[in-house]
Write a new protein. Structure first.
Lengths: 474, 134
């Protein structure tokens, strides 16, 4: 039995009864406060230097975000029952979900994919991902994921921050808050996009109520990823240093006069990081020294895979240099959102990502980095078993697939399951909070102990939910 | 510049701009050609209004950038900076390095002094006091 995280209250009676239960919960919380766990959380919040709560199995994470909602039903979660029910309406036993486009009365649509078991583990992958399929033995495939949002902006926001409402810190920000940086000369939370603006924009890598210095750094999409890394030709290095020392004293004076403001402090720090990036970043983003074989491995030799392949290669280089949290958007701007003609849409998106992701896994493994790098693949939700406009699928937050590899993940296993038609997660349901709790755990952080006092509450990344999916751990 | 400061999507309404602070923004204001042009422009106005006297220059620069005179302490800090920084710029000039300039250098004004002033002005407009309204 699980309760939804967001419940629309139907009546005044229901509101009062829920509110009543809430008051009881406050008293209960007071009793719990004497519990050792919460006491430990308080101590962690008061502690100064960031450090992991337990030995991490992953030092870095590369999060491959397929924005728009990839279809689990056509990639990792085959449903023979859907073949049998093709063209029929949703059986009444499944209820009547409210979907983004009101498509719940439409006929069920089986997958047109050719499915095969792969690897020693025999996990299913469709012919849309032939190269990624070669890595199933490294992957834990979470087939019973679920989320709260129906639309993109809210759901992308939840996958990043835990809440469908903007304003909370992103997981990247929590991780840096919890662990600090491992490379003083590069941003430690980096976002790369490949097409358009991510829906919801910078809120998805925001520091929320955490100090502003923990926010992610979005790199440029076209051409060189970072502009202005070289000082102007009229400024030498010692000159730049001397200028920045002046700037620091100007800012310190102003910040002191204007009270504690994390924005002002973040700005001061951003200049120091910018200065150090001048020497470290050009080398990090320089792909010219990568061999022809490596470029090929990532698909940089083909126009369809060049962009995402370049981002994947940059991600590996960042991992090598100690960047902790790297997020790569595929189809940034909702590219995977196949409301109609899913065949054309997903053929294209899968083509763009299959080789680059497989290349990334191969390369990380060959360099011995996979065991300390967590790779996460997924979107903000999956897609419905019933059709939309005859050829597409609607948003499905009730059941979808995310997979993880490396960084302490026990590969070659499917965890959880959706129902026979792939609509709802029914076995080992894995909510977004559970995904977050598991990721944080692998990085050495306990999602319940990682707290930040905000507006009188010790806030944590998983809000009031989340459990670590221990089956996934090696 | 727009990109570094998260320009909103022009196809949609934007009820509220995102507040971001990134090293990319710092690099843009530190190293981009427009930022250097603004610094040169400000330095030219400082020379115009402040002549060659360093104290007057500092006062005019603060007036133009922050609409207030500098405190005695700030004035001293700026003075010390110009002193120290001038030596660095001079070494650069001697080894044949290119110097920042202003559009029309007034007669009798030393090129090293101008480049030093440009750097000072550049940092004034990079500072939080210039960037934030409150």
């Amino acid at each position: 039995m699980r309760t939804p995280h967001f419940v629309n209250v139907g009546s005044r009676r229901e509101f009062l009864s829920r509110a009543g239960a809430g008051f009881g919960a406050i008293a209960f919380h007071y009793l719990l406060a004497q519990d050792s766990l919460l006491a430990a959380a308080g101590a962690a919040a008061a502690g100064a230097a960031p450090a992991p709560h337990h030995t991490p199995t992953a030092k870095s994470i590369i999060w491959l975000f397929m924005e728009g909602g990839p279809s689990h039903l056509d990639l990792f979660d085959p449903k023979p029952t859907l073949e049998k029910l093709a063209g029929q309406p949703l059986p009444p036993s499944f209820g009547r979900p409210i979907t983004a486009m009101g498509t719940a009365s439409n006929e069920l649509m089986p997958s047109k994919r050719v499915w095969k078991r792969h690897g020693q583990s025999g996990l299913w992958v469709s012919d849309w991902y032939p190269e990624i399929a070669q890595h199933v033995d490294e992957m834990a495939v979470f087939q019973g994921c679920w989320a709260d949002g129906l639309n993109h902006v809210g759901s992308v926001c939840q996958m990043n921050t835990g809440s469908i409402l903007a304003g909370r810190p992103s997981m990247g920000a929590w991780v840096i808050y919890g662990l600090g940086t491992a490379n003083e000369n590069l941003p430690t939370f980096i976002i790369l996009t490949d097409a358009g603006e991510v829906l919801g924009g910078p809120k998805n890598w925001s520091a929320g109520f955490l100090p502003a210095t923990y926010q992610g750094t979005l790199l440029r999409r076209e051409g060189t990823p970072i502009f202005h890394l070289t000082p102007p030709e009229t400024v030498g290095d010692d000159q730049q240093r001397s200028k920045l020392d002046l700037l620091a004293s100007l800012n310190r004076r102003f910040n002191a006069a204007n009270g504690e403001d994390s924005e002002l402090d973040a700005r001061l720090k951003s200049y120091e990081l910018a200065y150090r990036m001048q020497s470290a970043a050009p080398e990090a983003i320089d792909l010219t020294k990568e061999s022809e074989a490596t470029r090929k491995l990532y698909g940089m030799d083909e126009p369809e895979t060049e962009k995402f392949g370049t981002n994947c290669l940059l991600a590996r280089r960042f991992v090598e240099r100690g960047v902790r949290f790297i997020q790569l958007y595929s189809g940034s701007g909702s590219g995977w959102d196949a409301h109609e003609n899913i065949e054309a849409n997903h053929s294209k998106m899968c083509k763009q990502t299959d080789r680059p992701i497989a290349g990334l896994l191969t390369d990380l493994k060959a360099r011995g980095l996979l065991e300390s790098t967590l790779v996460v693949w997924g979107g903000e939700f999956g897609r419905t078993p019933f059709n939309e406009k005859g050829s597409g699928r609607d948003h499905n937050p009730w059941g979808f697939t995310i997979w993880m590899a490396g960084g302490g993940i026990k590969g070659g296993q499917a965890i959880g399951a959706t129902d026979e038609i792939g609509m709802k997660a029914v076995d080992t349901p894995c909510h977004v909070h559970d995904v977050h709790a598991t990721i944080l755990h692998l990085l050495g952080l306990n999602h319940k102990q990682l707290t930040y006092s905000h507006n009188g509450r010790d806030e944590r990344p998983t809000i009031v939910g989340g459990r670590v999916i221990t089956n996934a751990l090696a | 510049m727009f990109e570094a400061y998260d320009m909103p999507d022009t196809h949609e309404s934007c009820p509220r701009r995102d507040v971001t602070t990134s090293p990319i923004q710092a690099l843009t204001l530190l190293n981009s050609a427009p930022a250097m042009e603004w610094a040169s422009g400000l330095a030219a106005r400082v020379l115009e209004g402040g002549g060659q006297n360093r104290e007057t220059q500092i006062a005019v620069a603060y007036k133009l950038a922050y609409s207030r005179p500098p405190t005695a302490e700030e004035s001293k800090m700026a003075f010390d900076f110009l002193d120290r920084h001038r030596a660095i710029v001079e070494t650069r000039a001697r080894s044949g390095g290119k110097l920042a300039a202003v559009g029309a250098r007034p007669a009798g004004v030393d090129a090293v002094d101008v480049a030093t002033l440009v750097d000072f002005c550049h940092m004034l407009i990079n500072a939080n006091e210039f960037v934030y309204i409150n």
